[in-house]
Design a protein around this ligand. Structure first.
Ligand code: PMP
Length: 395
C-alpha cells in the first residue's frame, strides 16, 4: 500500500538517531548514547505499596475515565511543590497534568504553530522537541549559548529579526544535550525580552531538581508576573518515566485552551498512574528520594568528568554540569562526529553525535555523553575506549 502520509510524517529513511540508538543497543557496546534514568533507583517497593493502597481505597475510581485537566489531589501536590521547590506561586486552576513533557511540548506546538512560524531555541537543544516543532511546519531558529545558557544579546537580535516568532523554547537547567544551566540574571532578562516582544516562553524543566552541586536557580517562570511563561515539568526523572506523567503551569487562559487540545489528544493522562503518584507523594518523602538519585548521579558525573580529563586527548573541552544526566564534549578541529561515532562503535563504545541537536547551523566536533545509567567500571572502560577512538580521528 502506498500510504498518503501527511507532511507531518518525518522521512523515516533518514532516522539517524534511531539508527544510532539501535547500534548503541548492542550488548557488546558500552553506550553513553542513551538518556535513561538509573532503574536501580526506582522506588519499586514504595510504588507497589502506593498502588496496593490505591486499588484498596479508590479502585473503581482510579480505573474510570477522569477530567482532562487531571487528578485534583495530584494537582494540589504539584502546586505545593511548585511553591516549596521552585519558588513559583500558582493554583490548581493553572496546572494541567500531562502524559509526560513530550506531550506538553507536542500540544503547545499544536496550539501555537502554523506552517512557517518561527520558534527560537537554544543551539543545540533537545532533539525530540526539534522533531515535534518541525512536524508542525515550524522554522526553528537557533540562538547561541555559552556555559551560562542562552545568550540574551543574541536572543534580542533574533527577536528583532523575527518579530512574529511564536515562542522561545528553553531548557534552563542541566540542559539536554549540553548539561549547561542558565544564570538567574539571564532568566530574568529572558522574561523581560519576551514581554517586550510579546512572545511566549516555553520552559522545559525535567532535570532541575536533579542538582548535585552548586546553588539552585529559580525557574524562568519565577520571574514571570504576566503569564508569559508556560512551564513544563515531569515525574520521569524524579520518579519513574514509565508512569508517563508530567504537568504544565500556565496562565488560566492558556490552560483552558490546553485542556481542550488535550481532550482531543488522549481525553486525559493515565488516571491510575495519577492516583499512584499522588499516593506515593502522600506516603513518602519525594525530596529525599530525589536527593538519593542526585547523590548517585553526582558520583557518576564526577567519575566521567575525571576520566575525560585524564584520558581524552589535549584540547578536548567539556561542559561541567551541576546536575542532570548529560555532558557535552567538543573535540578541536573539524572532526565529523558521525565518523567518530562509527570509529567508536568499532571500539565497542557509543555516544550521540552533536548534529541532530542543532536547529540550523551545526557546530562540528560536538557530542553528548550520558552518565546517569552507567556503572563506575563501564564509565572507566568506556571513556578509555573513546579516548583511543578520538585520538585516532584527531591524528
Ligand atoms: N524534555 C527534555 C529536555 C527531555 O530530555 C525529555 C526526556 N528525555 C523530555 C522533555 C520528555 O520527557 P517525558 O515525556 O518523559 O516527561
Amino acid at each position: 500500500m502506498d500510504f498518503k502520509f501527511s507532511s507531518r510524517v518525518p522521512n523515516v529513511d533518514n532516522d539517524v538517531v534511531g539508527e544510532i540508538l539501535k547500534v548503541a543497543g548492542d550488548p557488546e557496546i558500552i553506550s553513553f548514547a542513551g538518556g535513561l534514568p538509573a532503574p536501580e533507583l526506582f522506588p519499586v517497593k514504595e510504588m507497589h505499596e502506593a498502588a496496593d493502597k490505591v486499588f484498596e481505597q479508590h479502585g473503581a475510581e482510579a480505573l474510570q475515565y477522569t477530567a482532562a485537566i487531571g487528578n485534583p489531589h495530584l494537582r494540589e501536590l504539584i502546586v505545593e511543590r511548585m511553591q516549596t521547590n521552585k519558588e513559583v506561586t500558582t493554583t490548581v486552576d493553572n496546572v494541567c497534568v500531562t502524559t509526560g513533557s513530550e506531550q506538553s511540548i507536542d500540544l503547545v506546538a499544536k496550539m501555537m504553530v502554523d506552517k512557517g512560524d518561527v520558534i527560537l531555541v537554544e543551539k543545540p537543544t533537545y532533539l525530540c522537541a526539534l522533531d515535534v516543532f518541525r512536524s508542525y511546519g515550524a522554522k526553528v531558529v537557533g540562538v547561541d549559548m555559552d556555559e551560562d545558557g542562552m545568550k540574551m544579546d543574541v536572543l534580542d537580535e533574533k527577536l528583532n529579526e523575527y518579530p512574529d516568532a511564536k515562542f522561545i523554547y528553553t531548557i534552563p537547567n542541566f540542559q539536554n544535550p549540553t548539561g549547561r544551566t542558565m544564570t538567574a540574571d539571564r532568566r530574568a532578562k529572558m522574561v523581560e525580552l519576551a514581554e517586550a516582544h510579546g512572545v511566549t516562553i516555553l520552559e522545559d524543566d525535567p532535570y532541575g531538581e536533579i542538582r548535585y552541586s552548586g546553588v539552585a536557580v529559580p525557574p524562568v517562570k519565577h520571574f514571570d508576573k504576566n503569564g508569559t511563561v508556560v512551564y513544563m515539568n515531569t515525574f520521569s526523572k524524579i520518579l519513574a518515566p514509565g508512569m508517563r506523567l508530567g504537568w504544565i503551569v500556565a496562565d488560566k487562559k492558556f490552560i483552558d485552551m490546553f485542556v481542550v487540545m488535550k481532550q482531543s489528544a488522549d481525553l486525559h493522562s493515565d488516571n491510575l498512574s495519577q492516583f499512584i503518584v499522588a499516593q506515593y507523594m502522600e506516603d513518602n518523602d519525594l525530596d529525599k528520594h530525589i536527593k538519593a538519585i542526585s547523590d548517585v548521579y553526582y558520583e557518576r558525573a564526577s567519575l566521567m568528568l575525571k576520566e575525560i580529563d585524564e584520558q581524552f586527548p589535549a584540547g578536548v573541552k567539556h561542559s561541567n554540569p551541576e546536575g542532570g544526566m548529560f555532558i557535552w564534549v567538543e573535540v578541536p578541529g573539524n572532526v565529523n562526529t558521525m565518523d567518530l561515532f562509527n570509529n567508536c562503535v568499532k571500539h565497542n563504545v557509543a555516544f550521540v553525535p552533536g548534529e541532530p541537536f542543532y536547529p540550523d547551523e551545526v557546530i562540528p566536533g560536538t557530542f553528548r555523553m550520558n552518565f546517569s545509567n552507567m556503572k563506575a567500571d563501564q564509565i572507566h572502560e568506556g571513556v578509555r575506549r573513546m579516548a583511543v577512538a578520538i585520538d585516532e580521528m584527531m591524528n
